[in-house]
Design a binder for this molecule. Sequence first.
Ligand code: ZN
Ligand code: ZN
Length: 169
Amino acid sequence: MVGAMMNARKRLAEAGLRVTAQRIAVLESIPAGTHAEVDQVARAVRSRLGTVSTQAVYDVLHALTRAGLLRRIQPAGRPTLYENRVADNHHHMVCRSCGRIDDVDCVVGDAPCLDPFDAHGFAIVEAEVVFWGTCPDCGPADPTVGDSGAALGASSTATVPAAPESEPR
Ligand SMILES: [Zn+2]
Ligand SMILES: [Zn+2]
């Protein structure tokens, strides 16, 4: 816990942000590998600090995102999520059935990892790739479910392969 606290303080200081209890609590409520909704973050912050308004939590999340300490993701039809994995151009796999979200490394690396057929003169900064499918716990993907992928940027729909029939022994 002490180590995590130091880590949050250090990250704030290195980003040039004033170290406040609210900022530390927000950072520590979003551990590595998680994608947290604002409500979850607000509950975690309140359990540590008592009364904190939802607006205050939003303000902290926006400040930390602007400073590059958090990344905001918004898969279509899902609440806005925050994560602390900010140093790379990774993508997300979303289970249509249970909503599970996994990080997935980009096979290309740097953004943008997809080029449009015709850029129309745009300076393309990023291709937003979301893989929609069904996680191993929810069974094989239903091919009849329509695509409601990301509305902005490039959208890519892929089927997440089901778990193998039998595990190798
Ligand atoms: Zn699932
Ligand atoms: Zn992620």
